[in-house]
Write a protein that binds this ligand. Structure first.
Ligand SMILES: Nc1nc2c(ncn2[C@@H]2O[C@H](COP(=O)(O)OP(=O)(O)OP(=O)(O)O)[C@@H](O)[C@H]2O)c(=O)[nH]1
Ligand SMILES: [Mg+2]
Length: 414
């Protein structure tokens, strides 16, 4: 049986993962390969799933927690895609606040499903709007959220500085130097998920075989969990109807822009705020990737509608109850301005729960299967069996639990 290529692209909230994966999906389709996409989120009703689906891509989603905590569900969604689409390539988008994916997703894939999947190198997109401030030590986010941002880059096989289509040359050069200094030896690509610049190099990198997906993090799950929990998370679905047609793009833009105003007035930082409007024959997407940048219509619908299903996803460093009030009030006001009635159908607002991955490999497995060397060594001594595979999210029971991770993180495959 031909093994399926598994391509996962990481990066912080709003870094450009969905945009990059849609571009990669088109690339693989153009090369005559079949594809399937898997999205992931802390809650139901994902803008990204609908964005992929509206573009005609086969997509499955894993809601409720990150891939690392839902590894078995990820595999069952991939199995659905395998049965329905017979894909050559699976493209996976993890939650942007998630890290430690090499130990909790890439390694289990190689160890437990190595006969079915070939895992591509794991690239991580660098988000300039927050990343520049974080690497300059100017803040941008709280220290704990910045910790997640840095850890995401630390486990990358390649770092992709995104948005080069709009970055001033001086900023791009500074970023290139900063990334090279903080992550020495890591391949660095400059790309634009929007225009496709740098994607020849990226697709060539993703085709490579070798010792990839092996950077097991030395990570403190307390800091990681606290950093994630600083984020207010909201997913809301709303049905909107009006007697007279209204411009869908202006509704989406107004919602993101007015929310930006409210959030800025509260002094809170936006990680990513996005809204999709799904009409019967058209769709549009608006995004806001930080409190200090302008909203953007990333996929304009160029249409007028009388009926639309709206999904709003917001990830903001703010109390989720406050975020929910703001979203409800702004969406209601924007719809009423257009003479439209609305019904909030489903809303979830939360702080992400502590990640508790069912599989965590403390050492890299070799190629497409087998057990980590550390586990083999312990078994040979009649020790703790598969001790190298541990529940990563559980609070360390003793200092030795953490130090075992740390010690074995440098274990290499033979
Ligand atoms: N100018 C520019 N905008 C980009 C680029 N890549 C992504 N964007 C924009 O950045 C915003 C966020 O992009 P997404 O692809 O949704 O980011 P994401 O990483 O999937 O976000 P989450 O799933 O929320 O973590 C959208 O408005 C995109 O159009 C790029 O290369 N250049
Ligand atoms: Mg996305």
């Amino acid at each position: 049986m031909q093994r399926i290529r598994f391509v996962m692209v990481g990066g912080f909230l709003g870094a450009g993962k969905t945009t990059a994966l849609a571009r990669l999906a088109r690339f693989y389709l153009g090369r005559g390969q079949r594809i399937g996409l898997v999205t992931n989120d802390q809650a139901q009703n994902l803008v990204d799933t609908n964005t992929f689906r509206a573009q005609g891509f086969p997509v499955e989603e894993v809601p409720g927690a990150c891939f690392c905590c839902k590894f078995d569900e990820l595999m069952s969604r991939v199995e659905n895609l395998r049965e329905a689409e017979r894909p050559d390539v699976i493209l996976a988008e993890p939650v942007g606040s998630c890290t430690d994916l090499v130990a909790t997703v890439v390694q289990p894939l190689k160890a437990l499903y190595g006969g079915r999947f070939q895992v591509a190198p794991y690239p991580v997109l660098f988000k300039p709007s927050h990343g520049l401030r974080i690497l300059r030590n100017e803040g941008g986010f709280s220290p704990k959220a910045a910790y997640i941002f840095r850890k995401q880059l630390e486990e990358a096989d390649a770092i992709l500085i995104n948005r080069i289509d709009e970055l001033p040359a001086a900023e791009l050069n500074e970023l290139t130097d900063l990334v090279a200094r903080h992550y020495p030896g890591v391949p660095l690509l400059r790309v634009s998920a929007k225009t496709g610049q740098g994607f020849d190099a990226l697709t060539a990198l993703l085709d490579q075989e070798g010792a990839f997906g092996r950077k097991i993090l030395d990570i403190d799950y307390d800091t990681y969990a606290e950093g994630e929990a600083e984020m207010g998370w909201l997913n809301s679905s709303v049905h909107v109807e009006a007697a007279k047609a209204f411009d869908l793009d202006s509704l989406l833009w107004d919602i993101t822009d007015q929310l930006r105003g409210r959030i800025r007035a509260r002094g809170a930082e936006v990680a990513h705020l996005k809204a999709i409007g799904l009409g019967s024959e058209s769709f549009g997407v608006a995004n806001l990737v930080s409190s200090s940048t302008a909203p953007e219509l990333s996929l304009p619908s160029n249409s007028r509608v009388t009926e639309v299903d709206l999904i709003v996803n917001a990830r903001v460093a703010i109390d989720p109850a406050v975020l929910e009030t703001d979203v409800r009030e702004v969406v209601t006001a924007c719809c009423q301005e257009r003479g439209a009635g609305l019904e909030f159908r489903q809303t979830q607002s939360l702080r992400p729960a502590r990640p508790v991955p069912p599989h965590r490999y403390a050492a890299a497995v070799c190629g497409g299967g087998g057990r980590p060397r550390a586990a083999r060594r312990r078994q040979a001594r009649g020790g703790a069996g598969t001790a190298a595979r541990t529940g990563g999210g559980k609070k360390p029971a003793s200092p030795s639990y953490t130090s075992r991770w740390r010690r074995s993180s440098s274990t290499h495959c033979r």
